[in-house]
Design a binder for this molecule. Sequence first.
Ligand code: CP
Length: 332
Amino acid sequence: MTALPMQSIKGLIDKVDFAGKSFISINDMSNDQLLNMFELARNLELFNRDKIDLFPGAQAALLFFQPSTRTRMSFQTAMTRLGGAVISEANPQVTSSAAKEESLNDMIRCVAQYCNVLVLRHYDDVEAREAAKYSSTPVINGGWGHWEHPTQALLDLYTLWRKFGTIEGKKVVIAAADLIEARTGHSMAYGLARLGADVTLASPKASKVPEEVTKRIREELKIDIKEEFDFNKQTFNELISDQDLVYLPGCSAPAGATAEAFKKIMDDYFVQHETLDAAREKGHMIYVTHTLPRRAGEMDLAIDDTPNQLAFEAILHSVSIRMALLASILGN
Ligand code: CP
C-alpha cells in the first residue's frame, strides 16, 4: 500500500462524520461510520510504527481507574503517532485528587479543560456515564464497569474486517464462563450483529449476556442472535467446528476468587487446537481471538503458533483503529 496524500486522509476523516462526538457505546456510530472508519484505519496502518502530523497541538487525557496495558498504551501510541500529546493518570485513586474524595463529575469537568479528547476507564458504568455529561470535550469509553468496552470491540471488528474484507455472513461465537460481566462481549455482540455476522453467544445459562443487550439486538435492531448454554469441552468444540471466529472476551476481575471460578468454568469452553487443525486440514480456517489479558489455563497456548491465532494481530490493528477513532473525533 502507498501512503495517501494528507488531503485524501483528511477526506476520509470527513467521511466518517464524527467530529466532536463522544464514543461511549459501539452504538454511537452508524454502520456506515464504522465501515468508513475501518477504511480510514487501513490507510493509517502505514503510520502505526511511524508518525503522521495530523494533529500537532492536540492533547488526549487518559484517566484509568482500573488496570490496563493495551487500551491505555495503544491510545497513548495512537495519539502520539497522530502528532498529538498525551497526559495520563494510570492510578488516579492514589495519585490524583480522587484520593481526596473528589467526585468523578468534578474531575472530568476539570480534566476536560486540559485536553481535546478524554479517554476514561472506570469500574462503575453508571458513575462514568453520568460524569461524561460534565465533559466539555469528547469522551471515549475505555471500558466501563460490566457494561461496554467499545474500542476493544472496534479493534476486533476491524481485525475481522481486515482478514475477510467483510463481516457480513461470518459465523462468530462469543464464549465465556461469564457473559454478564463481559463488557467487551456486549460491545462485540452489538457490532457483529449490526454488521451482518451470524452470532452465537455461548456461556453457562446462569451467566448469559444481560437481556438489555439481547433484547436491544432482537427487538430494537430486529436482528437475530443465537444463545446456547451449558457446554462441556466436547460439545463446545463441536459448536466451533464450523465457525469463522471464536471470540473469547476473558475476565476483567483482578486475581482472586472470581478469576479462579472463571478459569474453572473455562475448562468447558476450552478451544482445542486439534479442532482447529482438523478444520484447517479440510480447508476451513477457524480464527480464535482473545481480548487479553488471558490467564494461565484459559486458552490452549499451542494455538499461538498456528495461523488460527488473531489475538496478537489484533494488537497491531488496535493502534491504527484507535488512530482512526481519535482522528474522526478530532476532525479537521
Ligand atoms: N483488552 C484490554 O482491555 O486490555 P487492557 O485491560 O490491558 O487494556
